[in-house]
Design a protein around this ligand. Structure first.
Ligand SMILES: NC(=O)c1ccc[n+]([C@@H]2O[C@H](COP(=O)([O-])OP(=O)(O)OC[C@H]3O[C@@H](n4cnc5c(N)ncnc54)[C@H](O)[C@@H]3O)[C@@H](O)[C@H]2O)c1
Length: 254
């Protein structure tokens, strides 16, 4: 029960890493607000949590929309009786070179992957202050720290999440809010994001190809990331802020 009594909002929790994190948080005693544009998936995540005795609520939420952030935070705050953990997880991929990326795609990737984190932090912090200590965990990527030739928009957006997390950490510390902010940086994890990347060569071939790039020799599982988020969200990490955890099987050590 590492999150006993905590109230957490997780974006993009209808699938993949967000769902795994929501399930782990609920298992560790937190109430969880599951938000996503995929309302059916969000409802399914809630059902999965309730089926094992956890407490969860689903909200329709497009993280690029300022007004939706305000409405969802207000509703979740009311339903859970407060808010002290925010996990900005919703995100989309974007795999093309600077020359091949059209401007609309560039803007869309930044809107979903980094503008959303700004909006989430901006509007959650005032609510979280009333229930401190609080923790914000932003899901960046190893691609926010290491560039690839064909990830121009994604590299840029995820690098933005990395440094924004530190700015938020310093702001909250300076104001004495008792809210920490950190980021996690996964490499390839087996989620539906990879299924979409596998369209050309198939899942098995893609998994093998990606695993060859990882020193530990495999791609990751959603819980590999969820456990890092759990640590940063819990009071176990009470002296950790403005930091990043790389969950990359050793890629960035090379
Ligand atoms: N899987 C990986 O290999 C990997 C690696 C590094 C970082 N990440 C990051 O992890 C996060 C989660 O990705 P995942 O792998 O679980 O993928 P996923 O596609 O399974 O989950 C992403 C979720 O975000 C939701 N979403 C997309 N746009 C949204 C919007 N505008 N508003 C609200 N929700 C929206 C989707 O509906 C989906 O449920 C993303 O930020 C991604 O960039 C993933």
């Amino acid at each position: 029960m590492r999150l006993q009594g905590k109230m957490a909002l997780i974006t993009g929790a209808a699938s993949g890493l967000g769902r795994a994190t929501a399930q782990l948080f609920a298992k560790e005693g937190a109430k969880v607000a599951i938000t996503d544009i995929d309302t059916a998936g969000a409802a399914e995540s809630v059902d999965m949590i309730k089926a094992v005795g956890g407490e969860a609520f689903a909200y329709k939420h497009d993280v690029t929309q300022e007004k939706e952030w305000q409405a969802v935070l207000t509703a979740a705050h009311e339903d859970m009786g407060g808010l002290n953990i925010l996990v900005n997880n919703a995100g989309i991929g974007g795999g093309s070179t600077v020359e091949d990326t059209d401007f609309a795609t560039w803007k869309r990737v930044h809107e979903v992957d980094v503008d959303s984190v700004f909006l989430g932090c901006k509007y959650a912090i005032p609510l979280m202050r009333a229930h401190a200590p609080g923790a914000i965990v932003n899901v960046s990527s190893i691609a926010g720290l290491i560039a690839g030739h064909n990830m121009a928009a994604y590299n840029s957006a995820k690098a933005g999440v990395w440094l924004l997390s530190k700015s938020v950490a310093l702001h909250c510390a300076k104001r004495g809010y008792r809210i920490r902010s950190n980021s996690v940086h996964p490499t390839f994890i087996d989620t539906p994001i990879l299924d979409r990347m596998a369209a050309d060569i198939g899942k098995e071939a893609l998994t093998k190809k990606l695993a060859r790039q990882v020193p530990l020799g495999t791609i990751g599982e959603p819980n590999d990331v969820a456990y890092a988020i759990l640590y940063l969200a819990s009071d176990e990490s009470k002296f950790v802020t403005g930091a990043e955890i790389k969950i990359d099987g050793g890629i960035s050590a090379m």
